[in-house]
Design a protein around this ligand. Structure first.
Ligand SMILES: [Zn+2]
Length: 350
């Protein structure tokens, strides 16, 4: 039996605790007391937006956002020309790295239709680590094909589209209708490079939106009102010369989660993503480090639920203790080497 003392992150903040762990499982959880402070315990990271297949692109990308990740851009060309074995092994490596960063849940947007999803499932099945994956698939071409969609839903957890403006509206509406009939979540990138018509996007009954950098305050307030959560990816945005206004987003009332986006330009190190988010948020206004920490732990658990995540086991990271405010330390100073071990409890979250 191991005993750990220190601040433990619960849904409403840190509390002083003592936990007893047997074989990795939390057997006893005591709140309060004057126990020592040896460790900091937080829920394992949830990377809310990835494209891990992009890890197959090995050259440093140059050019505009359109030239790199747009239709017909570098990413699309490289993915199309990669062979199956290379793609599977590069995704597997990417997931192993993700695991080493303390990520235990992630939500991937997978291109290339049915084959793309199957390749990712294959790579995931080869993993020895326990890493929960949610896959948002999409049709191979930007058009509706009923039988293709049915096949996609047989192996994916939902639909994750590039952007509203990439689609012909009539085709998109048919796709959305089918998605709703199948009771599957539909998510999409939105207002990443230019502002898109949010009312039309929200009419599609989206599960969540990714980016929203170019959204104005009224767009953000509309998302808050309709309880549509937003995933932001600050390191990816910065690569393309953009900075999300995190204080404005929070002030508008939306729930934010953090994602690492395209694997060829951003790894899934959530410590780095949190630190970047905190620093860019400070460029735009005031921000509390705990708000950033919630974006990689509890916020996605609450707002990006898929059937897959309704499991009764919850995993926590036991991190090296640093003197001072625990949220500030985890967000600004901690790194993957600080992970002492992962512990879990069976009956859901503490
Ligand atoms: Zn993306």
């Amino acid at each position: 039996m191991e005993t750990f003392n220190g601040p433990f992150l619960k849904e409403d903040g840190f509390v002083q605790t003592e936990i007893e762990v047997e074989g990795g499982e939390i057997e006893n959880f005591e709140e309060g007391g004057e126990g020592g402070r040896d460790v900091i315990i937080i829920p394992a990271f949830y990377d809310s937006h990835t494209h891990i297949a992009d890890s197959v692109v090995k050259k440093p990308p140059t050019g505009t956002i359109e030239e790199i990740v747009g239709p017909g851009g570098l990413k699309e060309r490289e993915l199309r020309s990669a062979n199956y074995e290379t793609l599977v092994s590069s995704m597997k490596n990417c997931m192993e790295e993700m695991f080493s960063y303390g990520v235990r849940y992630f939500l991937d947007f997978r291109e290339e239709g049915l084959d793309g999803i199957k390749t990712l499932r294959e790579a995931h099945s080869l993993l020895e680590d326990e890493l929960s994956i949610g896959i948002m698939g999409r049709p191979k071409e930007r058009r509706f094909d009923k039988s293709e969609i049915e096949e996609i839903f047989s192996v994916s957890d939902g639909m994750g589209l590039s952007a509203y403006r990439d689609w012909d509206e009539a085709e998109l509406l048919k796709l959305v209708e089918k998605t709703n009939t199948e009771d599957k979540p539909l998510a999409m990138h939105c207002s990443e490079d230019v502002r898109e018509p949010l009312e039309k996007v929200l009419d599609l009954e989206v599960h969540h939106l990714v980016h929203m950098i170019e959204a104005d305050r009224s767009d953000l307030e509309m998302c808050a009102e309709q309880e549509v959560p937003i995933v932001i990816c600050p390191r990816s945005n910065m690569f393309f010369g953009k900075i999300p206004d995190i204080p404005k987003m929070l002030d508008s009332g939306v729930t934010l989660s953090l994602g690492t986006d395209n694997a060829m330009i951003t790894n899934s190190n959530m410590f780095r993503e949190m630190e970047t988010a905190y620093r860019v948020a400070r460029m735009k206004g005031e921000i509390s480090p705990i708000d950033i920490l919630m974006m990689s732990t509890y916020n996605p658990r609450k707002t990006l639920k898929l059937d897959l995540f309704h499991e009764s086991i919850e995993r926590y990271l036991v991190l090296k203790y640093r003197e001072g405010d625990p949220a500030f330390n985890v967000v600004v100073n901690s790194n993957p080497r600080d992970i002492i071990e992962t512990v879990w409890c069976k009956d859901g979250r503490i």
